[in-house]
Design a binder for this molecule. Structure first.
Ligand SMILES: *Cc1c(COP(=O)(O)O)cnc(C)c1O
Length: 339
């Protein structure tokens, strides 16, 4: 199996996870009869500190259902220019929800300044769409968004009568990195979307959490977005296994990312134009000089290391990257730059 640094979505279910999936009791979830889905939804809701939760096949669909639950046709949501739910979800909110995105520029640290948010809020005037929601993302490109800032934004939004949604695709990484419980990181947000198919290692699955009323709306929207899944407890059981067994080990991924970043800083010291740009939670960003990118990619792939070198290469550690793998990556790369 190659060492794949392109994303933490590339993990494969472990034998123990497959066993849990194999043994999962199932029923028709559209009737609410799947015990594995029900147990998983309850466990996630409790962990995040919300009354209700809803299982989705993907984070994209979970985010879209959240946006469509918060916003009506002709409303708008404020999000970062580089937020996943604005930039990388095929314009779903606009296309399927008739919701206008109002993207704003990020600060250096990935946050959206209160000033920029305030300036983007529309007055009550028939010329404008109705600003309804502020959506944030944590972690953002691996970076943990500071808790104090999140509290400021949720308080500010509440003050301005806006709803808040958190795209917490990698919120468990933030929880492990900060030592704060998931519920603290969710605090103040009306809805949160969590992915189990990233570093947590499940093959499929995201969960949206919120109030009973909000989740009832989201369930109707989920139906509209493609319907319910039936005996999907097989999938939920993989996610539940990840919730029980793969959260604390995210600390290993963070440690491996640091080892990788440190090793690359040493290894690339002599390579003009190469630079480790940042290392946060399970992501390392590295600049490789343009002239090396194609050959480096071929060389790494020839040695079973998958990455896409660029001016801003994202290297992601996860369940299927071990400490030994990190050393191998560094050795293989060193050989390239020695040659
Ligand atoms: C991956 C990701 C999503 C979407 O999840 P999918 O399951 O791939 O649809 C949403 N937000 C962020 C920040 C992500 O990284």
């Amino acid at each position: 199996m190659p060492i794949d640094l392109r994303s933490d979505t590339v993990t494969r279910p472990t034998p123990a996870m497959r066993e849990a999936m194999h043994k999962a009791p199932v029923g028709d979830d559209v009737f609410g009869d799947d015990p594995s889905i029900n147990a998983f939804q309850e466990a996630v809701a409790a962990r995040a500190g919300y009354p209700a939760a809803l299982f989705f096949p993907t984070g994209t669909q979970s985010n879209l259902a959240a946006l469509m639950s918060h916003c009506q046709r002709g409303d708008e949501f404020i999000a970062g220019q580089n937020a996943h739910l604005y930039k990388y979800e095929a314009g779903g909110a606009a296309v399927l929800g008739s919701i206008q995105p109002q993207p704003i520029q990020h600060e250096e640290d990935g946050t959206l300044s209160l000033d920029r948010i305030a300036a983007a809020i529309k007055q009550d005037d028939f010329h404008y769409a109705c600003t309804r929601l502020v959506a944030l993302e944590n972690t953002f490109h691996g970076r943990v968004i500071p808790q104090k800032y999140l509290n400021e934004v949720t308080a500010f939004a509440a003050d301005r009568g806006l709803a808040t949604h958190l795209d917490g695709a990698r919120l468990f990484n933030a929880s492990v990195a900060t030592g704060l419980p998931l519920s603290s990181l969710c605090n103040g947000f009306e809805s949160v979307s969590l992915c189990f198919s990233k570093g947590l290692g499940a093959p499929v699955g995201s969960v949206l959490v919120g109030s009973d009323e909000f989740i009832a709306t989201a369930k109707r929207i989920r139906k509209m977005l493609g319907g319910g899944m039936r005996q999907a407890g097989i999938l939920a059981a993989g996610c539940h296994y990840a919730l029980d067994h793969h959260v604390q080990r995210l600390a290993d991924d963070h440690c491996h990312a640091r080892l990788l970043a440190d090793g690359l800083r040493d290894g690339l010291a002599e390579v003009k134009g190469a630079e480790v740009l940042s290392c946060d939670t399970n992501m390392v960003f590295v600049r490789f000089p343009e002239q090396y990118c194609a050959d480096l990619q071929t060389h790494m792939a020839a040695h079973d290391v998958l990455m896409a070198p660029s001016q801003k290469t994202r290297l992601v550690t996860h369940l299927d990257v071990s400490r030994e793998d990190v050393q191998k990556i560094l050795d293989v790369m060193a050989a390239f730059f020695r040659a």
